[in-house]
Design a protein around this ligand. Structure first.
Ligand code: NAP
Length: 280
């Protein structure tokens, strides 16, 4: 497996590793995106809610990489999932990013009071207008994903969800595989928890890799899984890409999967559930 490895899902070809940009704003964001692309990344993840689309667009423009070689994802916030709101949101995103189209457009969070048919219908029209190449969802449960797949006339190519060694997503992953949908892992480093994980560090010693690199390797070594670690410094950006030159054994994969649980992980991993219950 090399950094150019992809997941093929619903007709989309998604690089296995992308750069997350949440909480990276201003010049720092532009610099991180430019650095990542110059180092070999070909997948960038942003969202209208991150307030950094203009900086992400500048980073792409400044990098020594053609726009068509970059897989760019943005997301529509949950308060904009009605038909007209979604169209407006996408136009604003494209303006800020300064691109004609994104490669993947995601509904950022499900909204219990907006019919999924309306949101997916609006997203399909965005595809018809060549403003997005593919569509997908984020923070959808297996049941919500199946509903989206059911109503969509074009493939739902991804569900972007919290996934790391502390979070069991085996049920959702099985549903994704059944429907040819990629599972994109956000917070793949457990927002920092993985970095100081002693078990991951011990496994990494055998390969001369850090605990963070072992966490990312564990994700990208799974069929149909994409990881989008956020990194700001050149050192972290470069380290996170260096996970394609070693392979974990089946026993190591299983040992890492057993990391799920633990108090800190338990608290952090409740967040998507809370967001679902208290929609904005
Ligand atoms: P994360 O990627 O799990 O962790 C990011 C943290 O790890 C940052 O503090 C970063 O520090 C640090 N880090 C990165 N690489 C490192 C390395 N090699 N060694 C040591 N520390 C390292 O957390 P996340 O930002 O929550 O998730 C990643 C991306 O997923 C987001 O940026 C966003 O694009 C996406 N996301 C989506 C949703 C959604 O609802 N769809 C929700 C959350 C996140 P530095 O920044 O200082 O390098």
């Amino acid at each position: 497996m090399d950094p150019m490895d992809h997941v093929s899902a619903g007709g989309a070809t998604i690089p296995k590793l992308g750069l997350g940009t949440w909480q990276n704003t201003g010049d720092s964001c532009t610099e991180s995106v430019r650095t990542a692309l110059d180092l070999g990344y070909r997948h960038i993840d942003t969202a209208q809610a991150y307030g950094n689309e203009a900086e992400v667009g500048q980073g792409i423009a400044q990098a020594d990489v053609d726009r068509e070689d970059v897989f760019l994802t943005t997301k529509v916030w949950r308060s904009n999932l009605r038909y007209d709101d979604l169209e407006d949101s996408v136009r604003e995103s494209l303006d800020a990013l300064d691109v004609d189209a994104v490669d993947l457009l995601l509904a950022h969070w499900p909204h219990p009071r907006v019919p999924i048919e309306e949101t997916i219908g609006a997203m399909e029209d965005i595809v018809d207008e060549d403003e997005a190449r593919h569509i997908g969802v984020s923070n959808f449960t297996a049941a919500q994903l199946e509903e989206a797949v059911e109503v969509a006339d074009v493939p739902i190519v991804c569900d972007q969800v919290l996934y790391n060694p502390y979070k069991d997503q085996s049920g959702l992953l099985a549903t994704c595989r059944e429907h040819d949908v990629a599972l994109t892992a956000y917070s793949p480093l457990g927002r920092g928890d993985a970095i100081s994980d002693e078990v991951l560090a011990e496994i990494g010693e055998r390969y001369d890799k850090s605990a963070a690199q072992v966490a990312l390797r564990w994700l990208v070594q799974q069929d149909g899984v994409v990881a989008i670690p956020k990194a700001t410094s050149r050192e972290h950006i470069e380290a996170n890409l260096a996970v394609f030159d070693f392979e974990l054994t089946d026993a190591e994969m299983e040992r890492i999967a057993e990391r799920r649980g633990g108090v800190s992980a338990w608290v952090r991993n409740r967040l998507p559930g809370l967001m679902r219950r208290f929609p904005l």
